[in-house]
Design a protein around this ligand. Sequence first.
Ligand code: UT7
Length: 329
Amino acid sequence: MGAKLLGTGSYLPPKVLTNEDLESLVDTSNEWIVQRTGIRTRHLLEESELASDMGVRASGNALEAAERSAQDIDLLLVATTFPDMICPGSAPFIAEGLGLTHAPFFDLKAGCSGFVYGTAVAHGLIQSGTFRNILVIGIEALSRVTDWEDRRTCVLFGDGAGAVLLGPGDEACNETSGILGAALFGDAEKALYLHTLAGGTRHPASAETVANKEHYLRMEGSGVFRTAVPMMEKATLAALDDANLSLSDVDWIIPHQANKRIIDALVRRLNVDEDRVVVNLDRVANTSAASIPIALDESIRSQRIQPGDVVVMTAFGAGVTYGAVVLKV
Ligand code: UT7
């Protein structure tokens, strides 16, 4: 008995930053950003908002869609790369915001693959009977760790959160919806492709690390670009193999929303119809661990994705981590 999807939710902060707005911050142009990435706008947290607030809102929407209350949550699993606080993370603040009294919670750090990793972990925990209802949240506030003077990174990211409530499928009804397969991978040789040098125990924060901007996210953009496509292709095929399905059984692919050119290349390699691929990065940019649950929730709410549809969610991210999950909605 695997994990069934009970409800989805997402939240984007209202403030929108356009490519034209960025033209006044760094030496860039709307044309460059659109051509190289496909991104046109991104949502950013206001100074007064917390990243965990986004998680609370996305979770509330997922619970409402599932017609459940916070007290039905048996485990809260928060996928995020940059938590509210390095210690204790983001999960306790989301638990507090949801009014959870005793349910366990933890952060899962797998970069932009965090939501896919988290969903696969939740599936295993439900399958083994360890927990019943698990709320998996993908949340990221990259605007807080972006160097707004670095045009190579600041044009790429946005803030947001998405959540799914997973629960046990009903064996008695021979339930076939829910998570059908998963495959997770890592490649630690590429650990520094995406990193934040200082602020951890290897390079504790100091006045010098801050002056050197070592607390900001750094990226080896073209290295990430080159490896992202074969990684998401491999993960997609492996997850389908795990589910005993093939690409012809798939209604929708939701890739991590990093760059339209990466998604286009994936579509070509998999040889799938691009109309079956969900893309929202033009509006929301790269929201890291939140990108897939936001796209999933938007597609379900707009009824683009229908009950019974088979969806493959595939991601790559810092670590380097990559993976995919096959979900029957
Ligand atoms: O979730 C995972 C996180 N990261 C990613 O997924 C990123 C993956 N990588 C990418 O999406 C692409 O590599 C980028 C969008 C980051 C860059 O695109 P690219 O086609 O690989 O460009 P490039 O890095 O080779 O740079 C080409 C030129 C350079 O100028 P020169 O050296 O040729 O004169 C850059 O300095 O474009 C310049 N450039 C920019 N120009 C205007 C870099 N960023 C900008 C910018 N505006 N924002």
